[in-house]
Structure formats: structure tokens, C-alpha cells
Design a protein around this ligand. Structure first.
Ligand code: SF4
Length: 400
């Protein structure tokens, strides 16, 4: 529990993530839980979804004694939050405000897909107090977007970004994917240049990873060679990542986490809370929470990734085969591992003395000798650029 106190009572500091599990269609690389809009067994419509989330808030407040928590950030992610109507956000934000204490300075983010970023929608969100937008551009090349199964084009990205600015948003983030099929070095360079031209305050860039339950995975394993897509090699994806890091830093962005870059003061407070192991409440199917109980336990909980099963759980419906949410109480070893891996994701790193208490100093020294870790001026140890590229291997070696 946080050490903040008011009238002698501890106030829990919390972030809220709200998962919107609806999309117009499924992108070929996507492994997030989402369903085509209106495709639910129980015919659950997005307009009913706010009621489910409100019910989940009530249940969770009671179960984990969250009443009166201080909310520092709210993040609507998905799925495609921008296909929801403005009234949906109004309804939810009103309910959150009624049950918690939203900080005056809270960061409130909504993810926007370019094709659904109309001026009316974005100005509606602005009027509700939403102060940050994250636009899923992914690439500016029409063919690359089409192969990835995205339904927007380059013009939609420009329209959404311009609508956001016209609606009064100053804090805009753009998402890119590194290593999409068809993304040659020239195309990727152009993606970076077009991103910079829009002057977003924040940029997230994730390397394509082919997950099992995606259309790309099926394409990779396609028996008929003619139907197989050509994917960018790991070597080239690494090269693109290095080009991106260099160009963004040259253009004044701080590389503050493996995949995230921001102008000074525009780091995502919501994500920083994850990496600092702050508490958060995840609402909706597939959403995860990290909460601390009054007796000092740390709990990770993930809701069932299925809208109908989630609805049954929230409404406590008697069903033939109930599926419960995943929940675990962290062991001391879990806590230490999280502390190491989450701190090392960021440019701040981890206190050198603390790291050598947790990990064999010989291993840390070998990482430093190999140029994967560096000692910073403040006495912390952080990953180098090479280390960020090889972070999964580094974490595996620490765990071995
Ligand atoms: S990438 Fe985003 S828009 Fe595409 S299917 Fe996944 S959640 Fe939906």
C-alpha cells in the first residue's frame, strides 16, 4: 500500500486500465483479445458493455477494499476504443469519479485507430477531460498496412492527428510496428520521417512478434510456399530498431523504455506506473490487475479473455462450465524478478548495489563487458541499446 496519508488514513494510489474488446476487423498480427463488433454469443452490444464494467468496478472495490483510491491515470485500450461513442466514455468516467478520487492532474488516455478519429469524436473526448491520445499508425505505407490487415491508410493517420490537434490535444502518441512484411528499409525510414513530421510528443515502436493465434502465424506455417508471406529477418528488424532509436534521439526524443520515446515530460505516466510496480486495476475481458492487500500480499489477476465468459463472471450467472479469472499471489522470488526486469526496461535502470544483491555480480559484470549493460552517472545500472535489443536473452540468462 502506498505511503500517502490523509487524516492518518492511507490512500491507495492506483491506475485504471479499461479494455475495449471490439474491433471492426482483426489485424493479421494481432494477438490481443478482441472480437468483431456485435459478434458475441449473448448478443452483448457495446452499449451494454459500460454496465458490465461498472458492475466489475463495484465488485472489485468491495473485494480488494479499493474505495476512495486516488486515481493517477486512466487508459482506454483495446481492441478499438475509438469505435465507442463519446457517451460511453462519459458514462464510465462519471462512474469512476463517483467511486474513486481522480487526481486533478490524472493522465487520461484513449487509443485511437486512425479511421475512427473524427473531429467530433475527438473534441467530445477532450470535453470529458481526456488529455492524451495514442494513435495506432503502425506504418504510413498503404501496401504494408494492407498486408498487415489494417483498415486505414496514410491519409487517415494525417486526418486523425490533425483532428486531434484541432480538438485541442497537445499530448499525442503515435504507434509504429518495426518489421512488418513489405517494410523495406526505405519504407521504414519514410515511416519514421512521416511520424516526425506530425510532431507527436510520444512514440511507441514495437518489433513485430509472430504470436500463435494470429493470421501471420498461419501464413508462416503455410504448407504451400506460394501463399507464404516474406517476413523481415531478425537481423534487419534489429537494424531498423537501431535506425529508429538514432533518429528519434537526434530529434529530441528521450528513449525512456525499450519501445518508448518521449519529448521531455511527456513520458506515459500510465506505463511508467507498470514499470515502477505501482498498483493498477484492469477492467474488461483479458485485462490484468496488480494490487496490494492490507496484509502486504501482492496479487496479479487477469480476467478471462472472452466477453461472454467475462459477462457471466461479472453478473455471477450460473453457467454449465464457469471459467474463473486467473489470480496469483506473488512469491518473494516473483517480486524480485519483477523488480529486476521491469526496472531494466527503462532508461533509469536499477540501483547498482541493489542489482548486485539480487543477481550474481559476475553475471552483471559479464553483461557490462559485453556492452549489454552500462553504469549510469547516478550509480544505476541500465541496458545499453544493444542490451535493449537483446533484453529477452539477458532476462533469460539472469533467470538461469
Ligand atoms: S491490432 Fe488493434 S485494431 Fe487490429 S485487431 Fe488488434 S486490437 Fe483490433
Amino acid at each position: 500500500m502506498s505511503k500517502h496519508k490523509t487524516n492518518g488514513k492511507k490512500i491507495r494510489q492506483l491506475s485504471i486500465y479499461i479494455h475495449i474488446p471490439f474491433c471492426k476487423s482483426k489485424c493479421n498480427y494481432c494477438s490481443f483479445y478482441s472480437i468483431p463488433i456485435l459478434k458475441s454469443e449473448n448478443n452483448l452490444l457495446p452499449k451494454d458493455y459500460a454496465d458490465l464494467l461498472k458492475k466489475e468496478i463495484e465488485i472489485t472495490i468491495e473485494r480488494f477494499a479499493l474505495s476512495g483510491s486516488h486515481i493517477n491515470s486512466i487508459y482506454f485500450g483495446g481492441g478499438t476504443p475509438s469505435i465507442m461513442q463519446v457517451q460511453f466514455f462519459q458514462n464510465l468516467l462519471w462512474f469512476i469519479n463517483k467511486n474513486f478520487l481522480i487526481a486533478k492532474t490524472a493522465e487520461i488516455t484513449v487509443e485511437i485507430n486512425p479511421e475512427s478519429g473524427s473531429f467530433n469524436k475527438l473534441s467530445g473526448l477532450k470535453s470529458l477531460g481526456v488529455n492524451r491520445l495514442s494513435i495506432g499508425a503502425q506504418s504510413f505505407n498503404g501496401n504494408v498496412l494492407k498486408t498487415a490487415g489494417r483498415i486505414h491508410n496514410e491519409k487517415d493517420i494525417y486526418n486523425a492527428a490533425n483532428n486531434a490537434k484541432k480538438a485541442g490535444f497537445d499530448n499525442i502518441s503515435l504507434d509504429l510496428i518495426i518489421g512488418l512484411p513489405g517494410q523495406t528499409e526505405t519504407i521504414f525510414y519514410d515511416d519514421i520521417m512521416q511520424t516526425l513530421a506530425l510532431e507527436p510528443r510520444h512514440i511507441s515502436a514495437y518489433m513485430l512478434s509472430i504470436e500463435k493465434n494470429t493470421k501471420f502465424y498461419k501464413t508462416c506455417n503455410e504448407k504451400n510456399k506460394k501463399n507464404r508471406l516474406t517476413f523481415i529477418s531478425e537481423e534487419n528488424t534489429a537494424k531498423y530498431y537501431e535506425i529508429l532509436c538514432k533518429l528519434l534521439v537526434e530529434n529530441g526524443y528521450i528513449h525512456y523504455e525499450i519501445s518508448n520515446f518521449a519529448k521531455n515530460g511527456h513520458e506515459s505516466r500510465h506505463n511508467l506506473n507498470y514499470w515502477k510496480r505501482g498498483q493498477y486495476l484492469g477492467l474488461g475481458p483479458s485485462a490484468s490487475s496488480f494490487l496490494k492487500t492490507e496484509d502486504g500480499k501482492e496479487i496479479r489477476k487477469t480476467n478471462v479473455p472472452d466477453l461472454d465468459k467475462y459477462a457471466n463472471n461479472v453478473l455471477k450467472k450460473p453457467v454449465h462450465k464457469p471459467e474463473t479469472d486467473f489470480m496469483e499471489i506473488l512469491t518473494e522470488k516473483d517480486k524480485i524478478n519483477e523488480e529486476i526486469f521491469l526496472s531494466l526496461r527503462t532508461n533509469l535502470g536499477i540501483n547498482a548495489k541493489r542489482l548486485t544483491e539480487l543477481v550474481n555480480p559476475d553475471i552483471i559484470n559479464s553483461f557490462i563487458e559485453e556492452g549489454l549493460m552500462q553504469i549510469k552517472g547516478n550509480g544505476n545500472i541500465a541496458l545499453t541499446l544493444k542490451g535493449m535489443l537483446l533484453s529477452s536473452e539477458i532476462f533469460a540468462r539472469i533467470m538461469a
